[in-house]
Design a protein around this ligand. Sequence first.
Ligand SMILES: *Cc1c(COP(=O)(O)O)cnc(C)c1O
Length: 396
Amino acid sequence: MYIIGEEEINAVREVIRSGQLFRYGDPSDGHQNNVVHFEKEWAEYNNVKYCVCVTSGSAALICAMAALGIGPGDEVIIPGYTYIATALTVLNVGAIPVIADVDESCTLNPESARKLISERTKAIISVHMMGMPCNLDAISAIAKEHKLHLIEDACQANGGFYKGQHLGTFGALGAFSFNYYKIISAGESGAVITNDERLFERAFMQHDGGCQLWAQVQDMKEDAYAGNNFRNNEINASILRVQLKRLPGIISRLNHAKQRFHEGLIKSDKIWLAPCNDLAGDCGVQTTLTTASASITKRFLSEIQEHIETFSPIDTGRHVYSNWQPLMNKKGAHHPLMDPFLMPANQGAQMDYTPQMLPQTLDILSRSLMLKNDVHWSDADIDQKIDVVNTVIRTL
Ligand SMILES: *Cc1c(COP(=O)(O)O)cnc(C)c1O
């Protein structure tokens, strides 16, 4: 979250005054239908037909996979650099996450994904990490060629683009998170979007297993199956509606900072700008650099840290596959019979995880640096930061 203020306070105040906090309700009783309005607004903003507002990005990913019927016996390819939730949600639906390498863009390496495709593979989840678009041309082509579903995990990339089209709209479904750490936020929340009516209905049922018993939800063509409760509420949705209004401004400021860094950083054979799959569509959350060695990364970090918030992705714990204990220890669920790793349907699937299994990913992440951008920076601030970074680069 970058900006929150009086507008959100006013929106929440109105919801509380209305006394109507539940997602379903009758406008004639003063219900504001904020969840429904946000769903329409988020779909419109992303230029798609359908949206379900849920409680988290994880819930959005579960709804996406459930909508596609992914479950035991299936493999889902994910990158080795993403928040652990991408892997856990695959397990939550009973399938096996297969971890692929990232490339120097710190997003899924399409060729690594291709090599992992087996007869069990059902889907690829492309993750737009730290607001950076994946190589969607290559990933979409691979998915198409092998008849796999593409799901986009755009949890860290609210409002980003690839070649002028919104992230989250290239695959069958796109998942977003609005937890505290994301570009816009209500503390916790998420959304799943699609253009397919059937997938929308199934995602909706997954998000509210009892939805068909509410008067407001009728005419579903799909047969009801046992879903969860990932319903969001009127308070969160009222905040998200204000946050959405702020989103284009936030993205344009952050992207502007990133582009200025790309223009202003000096060339060096020790440290350089990481390849970016679409600089114009990037959310600009940070500027990614690649170094020639992990020791240069460490030196750069120690020099720069007092001037600008910088980190190496290798140090981000829960985002690096080698730290995903439930996978490394093969603990896939709370109950053995519901544990995908133990399910008969999954025996023979690719699940021999070890912390060292992707040396290329570990190497790239240890040679990568991320310089956080600040939405409040003026051009003068950005140029001053660029000068500081250039000074440090010269000393390496
Ligand atoms: C945050 C995040 C999620 C999960 O979102 P929650 O809202 O925390 O459940 C999934 N994938 C990625 C890449 C994320 O950053």
